[in-house]
Design a protein around this ligand. Structure first.
Ligand SMILES: [Ca+2]
Ligand SMILES: [Ca+2]
Ligand SMILES: [Ca+2]
Length: 480
């Protein structure tokens, strides 16, 4: 027994020393790893600190070969462009945010600080048409929870999250102040929980491509657009499509009043008013024809869904005049591509829809049906025409309740866009978007404690969901 005890004691001592040694080694290794991590934090991104870029493109590896022609094109025109695949992002940012979307945002922050980028193009949408959402490039849902009358909506797509890097004090704008992994929270019938800064620090657009074909199509569209000749008069048309968004509820023709205000900034353009009051807007053909003739901008002011845009004749709520996805097959405007705006059309840019699962798509009989992609994205991905970009809403959007108040209605965002382009002479698409967001916010005094269903939360919701599908570095009107 004594001998056995001595042997066990020696074995025990041996194991004890071994464990100490292993532990010491692990501590040493961990310390070194932390050292390496810290070095990575202070000196990330490919040892390319001497370089600076204007445009950062983030895409999955699968798409990157098809984006190289766009990179070459951008560089040729003086927009220094860096293409990074998503794996590279996740490898470099391995101190990790709370999820992949936050990792992307941290990477954008690093790129802003090290490469001085101004524009970020995210290339990647849903991976397929199934019910479960899987993404080529992650999205952020804002959980600003407000109903639209009796219809519940507790979250929506928000790419402004990726553009708003810093708060007003220069700290990282996390959009998750209480660190519960739920972003942009403004609880139902309650105050805000998270307090996003909202002001963009970089200009972000997304091409929600599902496959290589879509990437190739849009790369071609952008290159052709920017190198094309805009001396033709078609570009100088702005088509405004509007009717009575709220029959009887307001006694004026809402869409016409708002588009008129925006058009006043566009004095160099021919104003093509496709309105109900002048008899130019009777059905969807009236929308297709002026777009096919060619226009630099097309602006819709009315209602929307993921699958349609629509409005009413004056004081006639029973009659709808709308343009649906299937009507787009007759859009054959080819290289005469407009920038399209539709802030007031709810859901027009709701790019998470699929054949497997579609929210907020109804037939006229109230039955839900499915669509492969949303209205705004269908216009952008169309190969023989459509739009070069669509800026529109991803959720329920809310017009000003009072035309004279000018407070926080979604229509103000579109109007501010034309102010940037027409009056402030900004001709880069993403800058018009971002500076319109700034101008919109500068006119608001948001009460973040407002618990009401129709109060200040809607101002924030409007701006969070006004999303650019397109290239933020796009030179509006091209380079020639
Ligand atoms: Ca939160
Ligand atoms: Ca900011
Ligand atoms: Ca009205």
């Amino acid at each position: 027994m004594t001998n056995n005890r001595a042997i066990f004691s020696k074995i025990g001592t041996f194991f004890f020393i071994t464990i100490i040694l292993i532990s010491s080694f692990q501590v040493f290794a961990l310390q070194n790893k932390l050292l390496i991590d810290r070095q990575f934090i202070s000196k990330p991104i490919n040892n390319l600190l001497d370089d600076s870029y204007d445009l950062l493109i983030i895409a999955p590896t699968k798409f990157t070969p098809y984006l190289q022609p766009l990179v070459d094109h951008k560089n040729k025109y003086g927009i220094k462009t860096k293409l990074v695949d998503d794996e590279e992002v996740y490898q470099q940012i391995y101190w990790t945010g709370s999820d992949d979307a936050e990792n992307i945002k941290y990477f954008i922050k690093e790129a802003y600080e090290n490469w001085e980028i101004k524009y970020v193009l995210l290339v990647g949408g849903r991976k397929d048409q199934s019910k479960e959402e899987t993404w080529w490039i992650p999205v952020r849902y804002s959980y600003l929870d407000r109903n639209y009358s009796t219809r519940i909506e507790n979250k929506f797509l928000c790419d402004l999250y990726f553009a708003d890097i810093y708060d007003s004090e220069g700290n990282f704008s996390s959009w998750d102040d209480n660190e519960n992994g739920i972003f942009g929270e403004w609880i139902e019938n309650g105050p805000a929980v998270d307090f996003p800064d909202l002001h963009p620090d970089v200009f972000v657009g997304r091409l929600p491509c599902r496959n290589e074909y879509e990437v190739k199509t849009i790369v071609n569209k952008i290159i052709n657009y920017e190198t094309g000749s805009f001396s033709d008069s078609w570009f100088k048309n702005i088509v405004a499509i509007a009717g009575d968004t709220y029959p009887k509820k307001t006694d004026y023709i809402d869409g016409e009043v708002y588009t008129q205000e925006g058009l006043s900034y566009m004095s160099d353009f021919e104003h093509v008013k496709i309105w109900v009051s002048n008899g130019e807007l009777k059905n969807w053909i009236d929308i297709v024809i002026p777009i096919n003739r060619g226009c630099g901008f097309v602006w819709f002011s009315g209602h929307g869904g993921p699958h349609l845009w629509g409005t009413h004749p004056y004081n006639d709520s029973k009659t709808w005049i709308d343009i649906k996805l299937r009507h787009f097959t007759l859009l054959i405007n080819r290289n005469k591509l407009p920038v399209c705006l539709s802030a007031s059309g709810c859901f027009n840019n709701m790019f998470n829809v699929s054949l497997g699962h579609t929210d907020w798509v109804y037939s006229s009989y109230g039955v839900k049906y499915n669509i492969p992609r949303c209205w705004g994205w269908t216009l952008v991905r169309k190969s023989n025409g459509g739009s070069i970009a669509t800026i529109a809403s991803t959720a329920f959007s809310y017009e000003s309740s009072d035309i004279d108040s000018g407070v926080g209605g979604c229509e103000r965002l579109d109007i501010h866009f034309f102010e940037q382009y027409g009056e402030n002479d900004i001709d880069i698409l993403g800058e018009c978007w971002g500076k319109a967001v700034d101008a919109f916010l500068d006119n608001q005094n948001i009460n973040w404690a407002d618990p009401s269903n129709t109060g200040d939360a809607l101002i924030v919701k409007n701006v969070e969901q006004w999303l650019l599908i397109g290239d933020p570095s796009l030179k509006i009107g091209g380079y020639n």
